[in-house]
Write a protein that binds this ligand. Structure first.
Ligand SMILES: NC(=O)c1ccc[n+]([C@@H]2O[C@H](COP(=O)([O-])OP(=O)(O)OC[C@H]3O[C@@H](n4cnc5c(N)ncnc54)[C@H](OP(=O)(O)O)[C@@H]3O)[C@@H](O)[C@H]2O)c1
Length: 299
């Protein structure tokens, strides 16, 4: 099995790298973008990742036509909502156009294509969204991810789209996940304002990597389509912050609880993008861990 993984230096891509690098049945080709960053050994198991600018269409065509992978797992994206809002050209080039190129090449070379989208495709007015609910992105980031989903559905027969919730866990850069950022702020003695009325169904990146593995080479390797890949608990950002302070023995008074309408946000923040992931949970061959179990398993 030849696997091309994009975004290997990222939070999810790094956890996918760690998972596939130790599988002797997988020939792994992993890409990232920033030449100055070396992915830590604990994620790579000694394997190398190579630099590829996914917005360089010719380079992408050359790599894929040379490697001819059986499977592409595309996690790379501009993921910061504010960056995408103010840098639309760059966001479109990576999140939409590069995804389109990869999808076209997947179809051309008969590769299976696994794409990671986001819970933010929803406007947050309803919550508990399942795969039949209609997206209504509020930010340009979410628009690019939804547009990429539509392109994939049109271009690749053998595709899986996983709509990911907020991701937690350990990242190669050590500062990508919510828990890493919060712990850094708390350890610096900063007070952090967290919304009591903004709800998500977070999942840990290593758990989502395990789900992806099932779709890649496991019991779901023949399954195609759209799946919500939320965790099993719906909670507010504030409750999540409190779980994090408890896990790291941090003074909970560093959390300032606020309501989302106390802050003016542009683009607007969806209130409740909790995902109903029953479709996925019912076909997975394992039970998802609770947030507490995953938090306790972190180093
Ligand atoms: N994080 C979340 O909470 C969350 C929630 C829902 C959905 N998602 C989706 O899940 C996926 C993974 O998110 P993440 O948080 O793990 O991402 P991340 O940590 O922000 O990593 C992004 C990756 O994209 C790569 N990249 C950036 N520009 C590139 C370019 N021009 N060419 C090639 N690669 C480039 C980065 O490489 P360098 O590091 O080398 O620049 C990095 O490996 C994304 O598709 C995101 O939309 C994330």
């Amino acid at each position: 099995m030849k696997l091309l993984l994009t975004g290997a230096s990222g939070l999810l891509g790094g956890n996918c790298f760690a998972r596939f690098a130790c599988n002797p049945n997988v020939q792994l080709f992993a890409t990232h973008h920033d030449t100055s960053f070396v992915i830590p050994q604990r994620f790579t198991n000694g394997q190398d990742a190579f630099t590829l600018d996914l917005t360089d269409e010719t380079a992408v065509w050359n790599i894929i036509s040379t490697l001819q992978p059986d499977l592409i797992i595309h996690t790379a994206a501009y993921t910061e909502t504010a960056f995408c809002e103010w840098n639309r050209k760059e966001a479109k080039a990576l999140n939409i156009d590069a995804t389109k190129t990869l999808a076209t090449l997947s179809e051309m070379f008969n590769a299976r294509f696994i794409f990671i989208s986001t819970d933010l495709v929803f406007d947050g007015t309803k919550g508990n969204y399942d795969e039949h609910d209609a997206p209504n992105p509020l930010s340009y980031y979410a628009e690019t991810k939804f547009e990429a989903e539509l392109q994939i559905k049109n271009l690749v027969g053998n595709h899986v789209i996983l709509r990911s919730p907020l991701l937690l866990g350990s990242s190669p850069r050590g500062m990508r996940s919510v828990n890493e950022r919060l712990v850094k702020d708390f350890e610096a003695g900063k007070t952090v304002r967290l919304f009591v009325d903004e709800f998500r169904t977070p999942i840990f990146a290593d758990v989502l990597a395990r789900v992806i593995e099932e779709f890649a080479i496991g019991t779901l390797s023949e399954v195609t389509g759209l799946f919500h890949s939320g965790g099993i608990e719906r909670l507010s950002r504030e409750s999540l912050g409190r779980k994090i302070t408890a896990r790291w023995n941090i003074n909970p008074s560093l959390i300032e609880s606020i309501a989302s309408d106390e802050v003016l946000s542009h683009p607007p923040r969806p209130k409740d993008v909790s995902l109903n992931s029953k479709k996925l949970h019912s076909v997975l061959p394992f039970t998802l861990p609770t947030l507490e179990e995953s938090l306790n398993a972190l180093p």
